[in-house]
Design a protein around this ligand. Structure first.
Ligand SMILES: [Fe+2]
Length: 332
């Protein structure tokens, strides 16, 4: 499936404007899609089949694969440099740009491109769609100004699936590697409680052959980070989100963290639409397959399950005490 689960909105949220004078995205010119050589599964990270059964896919991470042609890589780097002026900080990431797909049509059209989405379906081995929330499309990370800081601290993502693409040339950098921990979130939590990073012999830093290469990640299940740079350099990466189109599975989001980083003018309507999409789909499934039964507990549970994401969104939107998740607590 390559259709959008929710169409990209026609109108821009307050505070966003389209760039002028950028090239139009042309998949025939800007893409050079290739399959990754290897894919690793969550079982190899230590997750049980039961834990995996309600997740979007059993795929954990792929080896780097090519997404952009050399023309595409040059064009995306220009877009990223233009977006840099809109960078913000949060507890986890010193310099990032959210909502770039509300500013750059090139970035938007790359992130929702049907042939790229088709490739992601093959890699994830399940039907996925570009993320329902445009803030999760085309997220950009930039080098921290403080070299002692990681580009992005050890964490798991607030969304289930994403690709991490090198936008600047990784060969030009000393450090700044994308790294992931071959272990579970629970193992990482135990380490974090002791103030420890993942053991070095269980950390993998994939080799990206150049700008425009990406990995596919089950970001909500695989603990990862953008490591610190050893020397100043232009390090730009782009994270593009996906959702499983199977809404019977777990939502696998931690939307509430976004209250700490995202513009409310965009966030709340996006979040509500995402919850509505999931609720609508689950209610439709109930309409189609609920059988006659005298057991009110079964029927009530089905109804409750159908609207669970909507109810959770309401509670979390009203929640005031929000803490950003990461595994480097005590280190700011
Ligand atoms: Fe991440």
């Amino acid at each position: 499936m390559t259709d959008a689960a929710i169409a990209f909105p026609d109108e821009l949220p307050a505070g966003f404007q389209w760039f002028e004078n950028e090239p139009a995205f042309d998949p025939a010119v800007h893409l050079a899609l290739e399959m990754p050589e290897t894919v690793t599964h969550l079982q190899e990270f230590g997750y049980s089949d039961k834990e995996i059964s309600r997740k979007a896919t059993s795929v954990a991470v792929s080896s780097p694969f090519r997404v952009l042609s050399s023309e595409g890589a040059v064009a995306l780097l220009e877009v990223a440099r233009s977006l840099r002026q809109h960078a913000i900080s949060c507890e986890r990431i010193e310099n990032m740009v959210r909502g770039g797909c509300y500013r750059s049509r090139f970035l938007r059209d790359l992130c929702i491109d049907p042939s790229l989405t088709e490739l992601m379906c093959e890699i994830y081995q399940t039907d996925v769609a570009p993320h329902t929330m445009p803030l999760h499309l085309g997220h950009m990370n930039f080098s921290p100004d403080d070299l002692s800081k990681a580009v992005d601290k050890w964490h798991h993502d607030t969304l289930p699936l994403d690709t991490v693409m090198m936008v600047s040339d990784p060969a030009s950098l000393d450090g700044g590697n994308f790294e992931y921990f071959v272990g579970t979130k629970q193992e990482m939590e135990v380490l974090a409680e002791k103030g420890l990073p993942p053991p070095a012999d269980r950390v993998v830093a994939p080799h990206f052959a150049g700008p425009g290469y990406a990995i596919a990640l089950h970001g909500n299940m695989v603990v990862h980070r953008g490591g610190p740079l050893n020397k100043p350099g232009e390090r730009i990466s782009m994270v593009n989100g996906y959702v499983s189109t199977n809404t019977a599975l777990d939502d696998q989001h931690r939307h509430v963290d976004l209250k700490l980083v995202d513009p409310p003018e965009a966030l709340f309507a996006e979040w509500a639409r995402h919850a509505a999409w999931r609720g609508k789909s689950r209610l439709e499934a109930l309409l189609n397959d609920l059988e006659f039964t005298a057991d009110h507990e079964i029927v009530a549970a089905r109804l409750e399950d159908a609207i669970a994401d909507v109810q959770q969104a309401i509670v979390e939107m009203k929640q005031n005490d929000v803490e950003m998740h990461h595994y480097e607590r005590g280190q700011k």
